[in-house]
Design a protein around this ligand. Sequence first.
Ligand code: CMC
Length: 382
Amino acid sequence: MTTASAPIFDKGLANTIAAESEMSFIDGQNGILEYVGIEIDTLARKSSFEEVVYLLWHRALPTRSQLDQFNTSLRKEYDLPQGMWDMVRQMPKNAKPMHALRTLVSALALYDETADDASIEGATEKALLLVAKTPTLIAAFDRHRKGKEFVKPDFSLSLAANFIKMLTGEAPTDTMAKALDVCLILHADHGLNASTFAGRVTIATLSDMYSAMTTAIGTLKGPLHGGANEAVMHLLNDIGDINNVEPVIKGRLERKEKVMGFGHRVYKAYDPRATYLKTFSKQLAEDTGNLKLYEMSHKIELIMEEAVADKGIYPNVDFYSATTYYSLGLDIDLFTPMFAMSRVSGWAGHCIEQLTDNRLIRPRLAYIGPHEQPYIPINERG
Ligand code: CMC
């Protein structure tokens, strides 16, 4: 007979290790993030998103021929079943892209006869399909809501370049494709963050990959998680001018309101993803005439540094991704879908890890309500 140890109460699970992973390592005190032991900065500078996905899923960088094979398999999955294109056409044009994406990813299961295959092989197959099709779903919905014809996938392009082409109708410049590729690399995986945890909880019930991704997308959407990049852009727009930065930010802090794009549950130092994005977004903002945005962001950072750095609150990945995405010409409400487009690779990798050594995830609850209450018949209740 096994004896259960006494459960401990850990609000927000901040001090609970709930799973093991070989994919990403975070040292929050020293601001380090590695994918399979390789520093994120090195990957952002030298790698491609496809290489990073391969690395996360296979725990090794691909050889040239492995990468070619991986790209071929991924690109074969870019397109959607006809029913999915038709479904996008039926969606309300004023729907928010994250609602549309959550619904569409869920709907992909309707076109997969083996959707419930939760074997490792089945899950791996679905993982590839989901990474390949998510950009197509986002771009298709955006074209639809703008009353434009769909642009079908271009199988000769990388995932990032193909996405921009499907979205805008034009092949991107190398700088644009590289900028998006870097953002995808930086967002691909990040330990047991809220959406990854949610995805692992779902797959741990031996549900299916589509359900796990749908759960994860719904969780990412919140402004305390992936939705923060959109909130940062709204904040920058509300501030409007560099001279307003100080009163707006100080006012928020005085009122104990959070400044979006700052703080992190794990990082108590500078988020290493933000380090690279900061330099990158400055360059991109200069090239695209959006320097004002970068300058406002930088001023916010300086004010926050003076006010709250002693609490370990620094810019996180979402802070400079807002300027980066805006400079790329993306609509604000596409920022969080961009995060999802990348993170689907991390979510899928975690689901496969979970299935490899599965145990139902089922924490306990501290009930704080009353006991031994009388049942009062309905017509006697006051
Ligand atoms: N602005 C001002 N104060 C803050 C901020 C912020 N962005 N973040 C935390 N604090 C303060 C907070 O008010 C609290 O102060 P006090 O101890 O005086 O009450 C203290 O820092 C601890 O904050 P917390 O909310 O208890 O910390 P947490 O670990 O539960 O939350 C967080 C982490 C990310 C939810 C939080 O920092 C936050 O809400 N940030 C803004 C939203 C954001 O940018 N989210 C994106 C996170 S990175 C991308 C991702 O992984 O999704």
